[in-house]
Design a protein around this ligand. Structure first.
Ligand code: DHE
Length: 522
């Protein structure tokens, strides 16, 4: 280092020490005194969320500073501004954004010991305690105060509302009969909720920093994708006990975060997207999967290693590794689950045929396609898929027969979610980013033209649409603290109801999800 650079560095350190005298090292002490009782002595979370760098990626340090000073409205996080001076708050922020010397492995024992079984909730009657159509119920996630509203999809009236773990993410999933809902927080808490009895049944912390969950098509299993630790966890969907913790690593010992896990019903498997290894993983989970030619090899190897096939609940799930070019971490599946289309972090898309286990085409999409929100529909006698774009104001429509682009529909800005239903003529997309974030485009499935642009609440983000089971109504979130759920007639595009809600985000219709209706998320 040159002398003047060294001098500048020393001067900067002196200035920092003057501005943040406490930053020199009492962050840990302050944490133990003020934060540990809610966020856990090990920073893994308690009544408050985990405070580890991996869990704080979505919060800028300046925002963390404001939360510590002023508290967080509608949560139990108090303001510390009257007890801590600026330097103390800065020291705390430094501390929580610094990785601890070690993070627990969060293996089977830790997961099992986190399990909370809610009193008397395991054996409740198998019939709804309400008179609404249980297959046309929605769970609406309200991010504002970490709650879920159970909504009657015929009358558009709340049936119940309950608090959830901090910061749910990913779609709510249902058991195939629609009775149980499963949802997950970014801190790895998985909750099983009995929709018939409106009760939480059991909760387990399957990871320290998690992405999403998938329910097997037969409803017996749950798979959890984790960023921290680098594992995929398979749970028994009945009581959320651990069946297997699968470490995620390649042949050379490199480990990887799991970006997401999905269920592939016709394949009887889970499919996982990996963030740090150029592989897609497929995990077959039942005897029918074993009958498919593509699995025979791995099941054969598995039997050779382990002798007789043990019963499912004692089995180690085999992993089929599909090598791909680059890292794919956002997935779209065609309705037959023959192909997966993955987007890489540098943009672009790759089509992988799951049967042969090889990339077969590249997608010509600009910017960063949000393939996880991709949907399909029939367009003039052929099936097309469309994906919004996280970086550009464009919706790309693609022919699934040859993966060629049919049309690029210009929108008012980058979008996040896209939705439709087999029994509606339109596709709905939001404009999540930029000055037009209050707009929603309604697009004709046949002409591929925007027929109307709705603005449910000027200047407030409008996003995430879901349809009633018959496709007659579209429900939209006004994504603001004093937000609302707005219901539109999906044909006339007129508003028919508006319910105040606290930053509603995703909403999930039991019928559409359990019947894999095209146009919704699965
Ligand atoms: Fe999500 C679903 C990944 C940021 C709200 N999001 C998903 C899924 C994935 C994903 C893989 C599919 C899960 C499933 O099927 O269960 N999301 C990511 C990201 O990588 C990204 C861009 C960055 C991150 O920090 O994770 C991201 N997501 C966000 C947000 O900022 C959103 C808007 C607000 C939030 O809650 O954090 C957000 N994501 C959602 C929602 C779904 C979702 C509401 C469920 C969509 C559905 O209809 O099923």
């Amino acid at each position: 280092m040159r002398a003047w650079t060294r001098l500048a560095a020393v001067a900067a350190m002196v200035v920092m020490a003057m501005v943040h005298p406490a930053a020199a090292g009492n962050g840990g002490e302050l944490y133990r005194e003020h934060c540990a009782s809610c966020h856990g002595a090990n920073r893994l979370g308690g009544t408050g969320p985990a405070l580890l760098p991996a869990n704080l990626r979505r919060l800028r340090p300046a925002e963390a500073n404001a939360v510590i000073t002023d508290g967080r409205p509608a949560t139990q996080m108090p303001a510390f501004g009257d007890r801590l001076d600026e330097a103390d708050v800065a020291a705390l922020v430094d501390y929580i954004y610094t990785a601890p010397a070690s993070v627990p492995e969060w293996n089977e024992a830790e997961i099992e010991s986190s399990r909370v079984v809610h009193d008397g909730a395991m054996d409740l009657p198998d019939r709804p305690v309400f008179d609404a159509d249980p297959m046309n119920v929605f769970l609406v996630v309200e991010k504002g105060d970490h709650a879920i509203t159970v909504l009657d999809g015929d009358r558009f009236e709340p049936i119940a509302r309950f608090s959830t773990r901090f910061a749910l993410h990913g779609g709510v999933k249902y058991s195939p009969d629609g009775r149980f809902a499963y949802f997950m927080s970014r801190d790895g808490w998985v909750t099983k909720y009995d929709l018939y009895n409106l009760r939480k049944v059991v909760e387990v912390r399957a990871g320290v920093n998690s992405r999403n969950i998938a329910v097997s098509a037969d409803g017996r299993l749950l798979a959890v994708a984790n960023y921290l630790p680098h594992t995929l966890v398979v749970l028994d969907a009945g009581d959320l006990s651990v069946l297997q913790v699968i470490p995620v690593r390649d042949g050379e010992g490199r480990t990887s975060r799991v970006s997401a896990v999905y269920t592939a019903p016709p394949r009887h498997s889970f499919i996982a997207a990996l963030k740090d290894i150029p592989e897609v993983w497929e995990i077959p989970y039942d005897d029918e999967a074993e009958a498919l030619p593509v699995y025979r090899g791995i099941m054969h190897d598995y039997r050779r290693e382990s002798g007789e096939k043990p019963p499912l609940d004692e089995r180690r799930f085999p992993v089929r590794r599909i090598r791909v070019a680059g890292y794919l971490d956002d997935f779209f599946f065609d309705p037959e689950y023959e192909h997966v289309v993955g987007a890489s972090r540098d943009g672009g898309g790759q089509v992988v045929n799951l049967t042969v286990g090889k990339p077969v085409a590249a997608l010509d999409v600009p910017g960063l396609p949000h393939l996880g929100s991709g949907i399909t529909w029939d367009h003039q006698g052929r099936e097309v898929m469309a994906t919004p774009n996280l970086k550009e104001g464009v919706l790309t429509v693609i022919d699934t027969r040859n993966w060629s682009v049919i049309k690029r529909i210009e929108t008012l800005g980058p979008g996040f979610f896209l939705r439709s239903h087999d029994d509606t003529p339109y596709v709905w997309t939001d404009v999540f980013f930029g000055p037009h974030r209050d707009a929603l485009h309604v697009i004709d499935k046949q002409t591929l033209e925007i027929v109307k642009t709705l603005r449910p609440a000027p200047d407030k983000t409008a996003a995430h649409v879901e349809f009633t089971r018959d496709g007659q109504y579209a429900l939209v979130s006004v994504w603001a603290e004093d937000g609302a759920l707005v219901v539109y007639d999906a044909e006339t595009l007129e508003e028919v109801a508006r319910l105040p809600m606290k930053k509603p985000s995703g909403k999930y219709n039991v019928w559409n999800k359990t019947h894999y209706v095209r146009g919704t998320s699965h």
